[in-house]
Design a protein around this ligand. Structure first.
Ligand SMILES: [Fe+2]
Ligand SMILES: [Fe+2]
Length: 193
């Protein structure tokens, strides 16, 4: 089903854009500058709220059906399922550290930097593996009935950041991501022959 795969891929694009913005903040640690901790917190909060609670459960359901169709996918899929759990724990840890640093609690900058850099690298690798290994197989093997079963297992949830009406908590991030997307589209127009 093309529309579900397109939506799945689009969400990975949205997450990747957020990870790029998070990476810019992590680079500030390296350059001895002060990162925008609130922006980092908004990014990770969204990835927890939408990624952990909606995107990943939907993948969990789709992965199980995919592995039933193609048993050779069971091993990489089990690894990805485990990564969903690791990403959730790493995100929770990072949110806790960011909240500490924002509330002026004593927390080593290096520990925030390490937690953010780890989250970033792990999440990027996870998305790249899904795009490379899973989406092409899902496009080939999952039927309309399979996608109905996925929808029943993981009901849809309005995207609080990239959806049609971002929630108040993500308004600043929504403006920033829209600017980035427009700038990127402009660059692609200039680069086009
Ligand atoms: Fe995933
Ligand atoms: Fe994913």
């Amino acid at each position: 089903m093309t529309s579900q795969i397109a939506q799945w891929h689009a969400e990975h694009g949205n997450f990747s854009l957020l990870l790029s913005i998070l990476e810019e903040q992590v680079a500030r640690f390296r350059d001895g500058e002060s990162p925008d901790y609130h922006l980092m917190l908004e990014i990770v909060s969204y990835l927890r709220e939408f990624g952990d609670c909606y995107h990943h459960p939907r993948e969990d359901a789709a992965f199980d059906i995919l592995a039933a169709h193609d048993p050779q996918m069971r091993l990489p899929i089990n690894r990805l399922l485990q990564e969903h759990r690791v990403i959730a724990v790493a995100g929770e840890e990072l949110v806790a550290r960011l909240n500490q640093v924002i509330s002026d609690a004593y927390v080593l900058r290096a520990s925030v930097e390490a937690a953010a850099a780890l989250y970033l690298a792990y999440y990027r690798h996870h998305i790249a593996t899904e795009e490379r290994l899973v989406l092409p197989r899902a496009r080939l093997l999952l039927s309309a009935q399979d996608w109905d079963a996925v929808a029943r297992a993981a009901p849809s949830y309005p995207d609080p950041l990239f959806g049609s009406s971002p929630t108040a908590a993500y308004l600043r991030l929504a403006r920033l991501t829209a600017e980035r997307t427009t700038a990127q589209a402009r660059q692609e127009d200039v680069a086009a022959p």
